[in-house]
Design a protein around this ligand. Sequence first.
Ligand code: SF4
Length: 469
Amino acid sequence: MPWDKLREECGVFGIRTEGEAAPYIHLGLYALQHRGQESAGIATFDGERVHLVKEMGLVAQVFTPERLAGLRGGIGIGHVRYSTMGGARRENAQPFLEPTPWGTLALAHNGNLVNAPLLRAELEAAGCRFEATSDTEIITKLIATSPAPTLEEAVAACMARLRGAYTIVAMVGDTLLAFRDAHGIRPLAVGRRGADVVFASESCAFDHIGAEPVRDVGPGELLAADAGGLRATQVLPRAGRASCVFEYIYFARPDTVLDAQNVHHVRRRMGRVLAREHPAAADIVIAVPDSGTSAAMGYAETSGIALEVGLVKNRYVGRTFIQPDPSQRDFGVRVKLNPVEEVIAGRRVVLVDDSIVRGTTSRQIVRMLRHVGAREVHVRISSPPITHACFYGIDTSNRGELIAARLSIEEIRREIEADTLGYLSVSGLVEALGLPRRDLCLACLTGTYPTETPTAALAGRFALEAQRR
Ligand code: SF4
């Protein structure tokens, strides 16, 4: 049974250092592992040649000591992937390599392009051959085939052609690059470790290597680090910022800082507003760990209801397991979560989670709590209902799977068998974020998209595979 969450997209990391880059990238990818668990890759440059390791699997599985030892050089990039465009196959693992007039380009991408099929058709008509079915390869080909006289101008010309979400780290020779779409939909930060320049999807990766965050890479901005230092160019006019609110709600690690705000603090504020909007007569507040933990703290603070540990997460479950007894109901949830009967029995419980996608997991958790004696279960969700697809690197392109796109809140309450159900409102979310509404992407909650959207036929993970057939 799939865990009922939006799936994270990808994480990117890059460093230019006086020493060896690979050990830092390796640690950085560990910190970003929550953003993608299907494949991992590192490319480095040692002054003469590019070294590449990329495989299906977790960071701990892919990078054996022998493989890491072969990744030589003081400049490199890394990537962890969950497939949002193109299937989960090694050919789609990143970084991608591509020969260019300036040297071998290595590139890693987080996000989804909404005009990928169009760009690919154009490039194929111009004679480009594609090996993979992910949109990232399109970006490498656009840079490699650019008639621009310099690398940075080629990247700028490429950025002008891309539509949708892209957060990219890349390297060519001893130049490390980072650039971001005009709306800044997915996060990307720049940090320093002494004289070293570091880029990462989330600032938590800086902490693990002793780097200091400097700032976010701006929407439409290109940063280039080489022997001459760090240069910033505003390539695209800022088209109106649209930071993904789900980075705050769920994707980013709580110790990450986004737009100068600590993610845990933002989630806690969401819980406070949620308690104000949807109070409950209850004895205890519990979280669905770990994603609901910060919001549950905020809910308990504002409601005055005691916060308890009512569900314990089994952290060591792999992605696949065989069900010993096929008749056992709610098996998938039971493997991951265990209710604390001594806390739950006889109590009226507020259960705080960050989101409901399909609703299957929520119902199983509610049943589990009743099974150990909960008198009432009041479900509180620290995000508004997800009613629309995301085309920017989150796996919700099939709108039919979203329970809130099909059912009213009262129908969802019945479906998940809760006594009451309350979602944070969109205005409550914006209040908790403390950012102007015009600077946020709220598209999966409101249906108002910050960019053009793909037609139904060209949306989804396998758009480019359909094109290839
Ligand atoms: S549509 Fe939703 S998940 Fe996608 S980028 Fe916008 S806020 Fe994030």
